[in-house]
Design a protein. Structure first.
Lengths: 293, 293
């Protein structure tokens, strides 16, 4: 066995639910992957460090390496909540074991990945919604301020609108459609049951309801189409603001991106572009930036 | 001193913040008042009973009476949360000390009071929003399912819309107006500060922001007028549904009733009527109903 000091590159994508890592050798070949729990550095800073190291250990093991390889690792790390000032302070103080580590938000690596490191914007439409843009190293964000008070247009918000319209139908303020009837039936057609079931609902729980809106929109359910129209209005505002700002191509990401783009008019579809790579590929670009081999 | 067994009438209005009582003699003359803390029987059943008895003791003391008068008291009791099935069960099992007690929701006594016991409807527009109707003993409610997921059109919702529009302006999705600029200035023009300040905001805290919307609407601030237009649409739906249901006159109650009615068109103003009495007068009507002196 020859001892090598060639650099290794590590991409880390830390989200609210999972922390994913990808390890490559100096040629870019993937030699290990890792998966651990939640890595929202704003809401759970120490838990995030644990998740990161757990996923990194997995990836090293897969690569047939151990912690002695740490000083060879150049890490690009994108974390949920990583753009919040308190999180930046926290991460700067971390005595990490790598040769070098660069910290950004999870949106930032998603944007780098989507555009293969070129300038561009992304709009992530999943449980939450947020836009991110990188132009000549400068970044800017749109929305993403959290459900229930913000994140209008997101999956959680789609679910909220279904919830609200179903209650309105039960109150007799608007007529039922198939969609609201199906939702009401799950709660014995009683608004108080719905209120109780969703009193402490998380964004993820609300977003689960979005599936119903997507399904009934395909069936041209009148209330579903109302919600789609409201969502499209929000998305158009976001896309317009993003395009006006920098005229860069925008990649739509997240579980609802296909649904949303299928309803866009040609005018707005023209602002969009496909996705070159995933967030981990973006994290690896960040890791290898400026490293000479 | 002559011993009298004439009946006494007790009206109780239990809300989320205060429990108010009013005691009258058989002629209807007020002989005592009482005030205690929270009386939401759904969220705090035992605390509600404590608040009731504390306020009743005050009223008895003012009237120069003590607990020996309890068997002479006919009570009409309206409580926040009093229409929820769990609350009805709880109250039916209470071994209350009165000659007789009738339990309804706080909306019910407000409706009885507003129409002096006659058939009619009310729409309460305060921190929350809810409609109530009594026609020939039958009742029906509209909205009132709680902020943040419901209660659109309420004071808390007005505050939420200001919050959302301010964040949108900070994100550059919409232009600022005087109203959003004033709000943003309180948080150093940083959306993250606003998100942090309102992360756990209660309906009451959100409703405090409504004052700003009211003030800026008077100055014809463009975003304030947008919010007013959205609210008016919600109120029109509610009033239409209530009117279509029973063609009864509707009294607007609550801190925002004047603001809302000042923006209504003549068509909808015609559905409205003035208020005959307050919720405690409604509770006293309930207390004395069917009691022969």
């Amino acid at each position: 066995m020859t001892v090598t000091l060639e650099p290794l590159f590590l991409g880390i994508d830390g989200g609210g639910t999972h922390c994913r890592v990808r390890l490559t050798d100096h040629s870019g070949a993937i030699i290990g992957n890792g998966l651990a729990g939640s890595a929202n550095v704003y809401s759970n800073p120490y838990g995030t460090l644990e998740s990161i190291m757990q996923a990194v250990d997995q990836a090293l093991e897969q690569a047939g390496l151990d912690c002695q390889a740490m000083p060879r690792i150049y890490a690009g790390i994108g974390l949920a909540g990583g753009a919040m000032p308190a999180a930046v302070d926290f991460l700067q103080q971390w005595q990490h074991p790598f040769a070098k580590a660069r910290f950004v938000s999870d949106s930032h690596i998603a944007c780098l990945g989507a555009h293969a490191g070129a300038d561009g914007s992304i709009l992530i439409i999943g449980t939450g919604i947020s836009g991110w843009s990188i132009v000549e190293g400068r970044t800017r964000s749109w929305s993403g301020w959290g459900f229930p008070f913000a994140d209008t247009g997101s999956g959680a918000w789609l679910g909220l609108r279904l919830y609200q319209l179903t209650i309105d139908a039960l109150d007799g303020i608007i007529p039922h459609t198939e969609m609201t009837l199906a939702m009401a039936a799950d709660y014995q057609h009683r608004a108080e049951n719905m209120v109780q079931a969703f009193q402490q609902a998380s964004p993820a729980q609300m977003a689960e309801l979005a599936v119903r809106v997507v399904e009934h929109a395909a069936l041209e359910d009148r209330h579903a189409l109302t919600i789609v129209a409201e969502q499209q209005k929000i998305i158009r505002s976001l896309l317009t603001s993003m395009h006006t700002f920098n005229h860069q191509p925008i990649a739509l990401l997240g579980g609802l991106s296909e649904f949303v783009s299928s309803h866009l008019t040609e005018e707005f579809k023209q602002l969009l572009t496909g996705t070159a790579g995933d967030p981990l590929s973006g994290a690896l670009l960040l890791a290898s930036e400026g490293v000479t081999i």
